[in-house]
Ligand binder design. Structure first.
Ligand code: ADP
Length: 759
């Protein structure tokens, strides 16, 4: 027994030594489920941080805290396997969470569980040897994780690529075969799905293959990327080929030897952005053209920084070079000192009202003064603070000069009218308003500033005897069919407030619209009362004198004729000749006096026509016969034609003819011919008296029918006259609504004519 004990002891000690050398091991009694710890190597105790005294004899699985439940389960299972199979059971790996200071460290272990059999062949003990494999395992783990991550990443990438709004493709450098294309790329290529394009050469898929080829070949050749922004690309969309815009990137892919193996293509559809921009640019361009064509400059002022951006036209307006940037302050400094305050006020007001406007003078670098007109709008932010001001600027120097000139000429006109005591009237026939200036009002006896009207103030302000006549004249001036709008009339007014009678000369013009409707009637009025009264007195005197002279002349003529009869009976030639001459003089005087009488009648508006129907030829013949005594040395020719009936005052028409013929005799040489003719012109008859005399030059022709007008030159010096014959003739023809005129060439002769309507 002693021997046996000793040998057992030795055996045991020896075993334990070996056991110790083997490393971290523990011997557990196979008394499942108790698994009492029998022995543990120091290495084992150290590794797990266990105290031997507490551990030996304790339940093995006490060492596993709840952190290590899974390890306990794995080990228990392995122990049971070893017991059941009586063979070594291996555990490839199990996790063990060990206390490392305050933290738990995850560790991995493998273990061998060797069964020790007792004499009866039953498993009595298990030698459990764990090996820390944490280091090895984590390495593997990492690799695995990395692999896993890569896969995830790839999948994610794939998904991302597929879902990306950006077109992505991988092209093989061989024939640019499409190795990969995401759906965005396929959409751009109008392909339904990536499957349809993958494996095909890219150049067969796109429309503009030639251009793509150039780009791809360049990328392959250079080994560097190609980038294009807003590149126009033709695409088929909805059956139509249209231009779309892409930001394009082609990036070469290199192998280890730096050879290009393929190309990544990325395309971002920026069509909407580009189109919006193009539209904006287009609108901007149009706005610029529009503003530039009107000579407007545009500007944009940041109210915080006072930074100003402006179009080149602004620089031009300020006389600055468009190449040099000028600050807002510098532009401000060009404003004329006298206008600076006004501009500052306008600016301040704009910050309140939002609207900016002024017209001011600026000084150009060369010292000249220009006028500018600025209009602007203020932009406010959400807090209603002014942040920006934008607007236009225009050079209005020319307009201002016109306005200034206009003001000067208006002023001049005002001075002139004032000096001439002219009044002005302005009738707006569209609005139905009438403007009279102060002087015009005075001439109607109005001394207030109340509005005036045509019907009330003008029509009723006229002398009752003149109303109808003036109304007729105005009606005629306003009728485009019978007049060119000229208005020239004399009338009397009876002052509304002062009841004074005034003679007025009014001259004006009616302006018509495109439909010949009168729209404005403007003119001037002049007080001619003094002249008129003088004239009336003179006319009255002439009328009276002529009238008084008429009677003695008539009896003088009668006596002369009586004496002539007696002298003829006696055969006293000398007496007869003398009496003949006296009669001629008396006749001349008579016609002069009748002329004056007629004149005064006309001036007084009292010359009346005594109309009858007659053949103009007859009157001409009679006048020629009557005129022969005054034209003994002239031949008067007349070719009487078909009868030409007119409705006129025969006596007055004879008077005109007498005047024409006697002038012809007077102003043409002896023995020349005077031709009289009556020519039918449609519904009119033209009666012409032409002579071969001294003629009338163009300048004098214009005035020859005016009252008291006589041509004053050496040829006419020897002829007596008052210059009333042609004036009376013209008045008579005017009363007949006919036309009077002259065609003449100096020293060749004159042809005086009148035209009357045929009855
Ligand atoms: P007068 O009594 O002066 O002749 P008129 O009115 O008849 O007045 O003529 C005006 C002026 O016209 C004349 O003074 C004359 O100079 C010019 N005149 C008129 N008839 C003729 C004519 N046939 N030839 C040249 N001059 C004429």
């Amino acid at each position: 027994m002693q021997e046996k004990e000793t040998s057992t002891y030795l055996q045991e000690n020896l075993f334990l030594k070996v056991f110790e050398l083997a490393g971290a091991s523990v011997i557990v009694q196979a008394n499942a489920p108790h698994f009492t710890v029998v022995a543990a190597s120091n290495a084992f105790l150290q590794t797990l941080g266990l105290a031997e005294a507490k551990f030996i004899g304790a339940y093995f699985f006490n060492i596993f805290s709840e952190n290590n439940n899974s390890a306990a389960v794995i080990l228990k299972e392995s122990f049971n396997t070893a017991i059941a199979t009586k063979a070594t059971a291996l555990i490839a790996a199990y996790p063990l969470n060990l206390q490392d200071g305050t933290k738990l460290a995850s560790t991995y272990w493998s273990a061998t569980n060797i069964p020790l059999l007792d004499d009866s062949g039953q498993v009595a003990y298990i030698i459990h040897t764990p090996v820390d494999i944490t280091a090895q395992l984590s390495l593997k783990h990492e690799q695995a994780a990395r692999m896993l991550n890569l896969q995830i990443q790839q999948d994610r990438m794939n998904e991302l690529f597929m879902k990306a709004p950006v077109g992505v493709t991988f092209l093989n450098r061989n024939n640019f075969i499409i190795e990969y294309a995401n759906s965005a790329m396929c959409q751009m290529w109008n392909r339904y799905s990536p499957e349809e394009v993958i494996g095909k050469p890219a150049l067969e898929v796109v429309i503009e293959a030639a251009e793509l080829r150039t780009v791809l070949e360049k990328v392959v050749r250079s080994g560097t990327h190609f980038i294009a922004d807003d590149a126009p690309v033709l695409l088929e969309k909805n059956g139509k080929t249209q231009t779309c815009y892409f930001d394009l990137i082609f990036e070469p892919l290199h192998d280890a030897e730096n050879h290009v193996t393929g190309i990544i293509g990325i395309a971002v559809d920026v069509t909407e952005k580009v189109e919006a921009r193009l539209k904006l640019e287009d609108a901007e361009q149009r706005l610029r053209l529009a503003t530039e064509s009107t000579g407007l400059g545009t500007w944009d002022l940041d109210l915080k920084t006072r930074n100003i951006i402006y179009s080149p036209r602004v620089a031009e307006i300020f006389g600055k070079s468009p190449d040099v940037l000028v600050s807002h302050q510098e532009l401000r400094e060009t404003i004329h000192p006298d206008d600076l305050y006004m501009v500052s006020k306008a600016f301040e007001a704009a910050l309140q009202t939002g609207r900016y406007f002024y017209e001011a003078r600026i000084l150009w670098p060369d010292g000249s003064i220009r006028w500018i007109r600025t209009t602007g709008k203020v932009v406010f932010n959400g807090r209603n603070e002014p942040v920006r001001m934008l607007g236009t600027i225009n050079d209005v120097t020319a307009q201002r000069e016109i306005i200034d000139d206009l003001k000067t000429s208006e002023e001049n006109l005002r001075l002139v009218t004032q000096a001439a005591e002219l009044g002005t009237f302005d009738l707006d026939l569209v609005k139905g308003t009438m403007e009279w200036d102060k002087r015009c009002r005075e001439l109607f006896g109005i001394y207030n500033n109340q509005p005036v009207s045509f019907e009330h103030d003008f029509a009723l302000g006229l002398h009752p005897e003149d109303r109808q006549r003036v109304a007729a004249v105005i009606a005629q001036s306003m009728d485009k069919k019978v007049s060119n709008g000229e208005y020239d009339v004399e009338y009397r007014t009876v002052g509304v407030e002062d009841e004074k009678l005034r003679w007025i000369r009014a001259k004006g013009k009616v302006f018509f619209d495109e439909n010949d409707k009168p729209m404005r009637f403007i003119g001037a009025v002049l007080d001619i009362t003094e002249n008129k009264l003088d004239e009336i007195r003179k006319n009255d005197f002439i009328a009276m004198a002529s009238h008084e002279l008429k009677t003695p002349l008539t009896s003088l003529k009668a006596y002369i004729q009586l004496l002539m009869m007696k002298a003829r009976k006696r055969g006293d030639e000398f007496l007869l000749e003398s009496l003949q001459k006296s009669e001629n003089q008396v006749n001349k005087m008579t016609s002069l006096i009748y002329g004056f009488l007629d004149l005064s009648k006309i001036e007084g508006g009292k010359l009346k026509l005594n109309l009858s129907r007659f053949d103009i030829n007859t009157v001409i013949e009679e006048v020629i016969t009557e005129s022969s005594p005054i034209a003994p040395n002239h031949t008067i020719s007349f070719d009487k034609g078909k009868s030409l009936i007119v409705k006129a005052d025969a006596e007055k028409i004879s008077q005109v003819l007498v005047n024409f013929i006697s002038n012809a005799v007077k102003y043409s040489p002896k023995h020349s011919t005077i031709k009289v003719a009556a020519i039918k012109q449609g519904t009119l008859v033209k009666v012409v008296v032409s002579d071969e005399g001294i003629g009338v030059d163009a300048e004098h022709q214009q005035h020859i029918f005016e009252r008291f007008y006589r041509v004053d030159n050496p040829e006419t010096k020897g002829f007596s006259g008052f210059g009333i014959g042609l004036y009376l003739s013209a008045e008579i023809i005017k009363l007949h609504k006919g036309v009077i005129g002259i065609e003449s060439e100096e020293n060749k002769g004159s042809a005086f004519y009148f035209i009357l309507p045929l009855a």
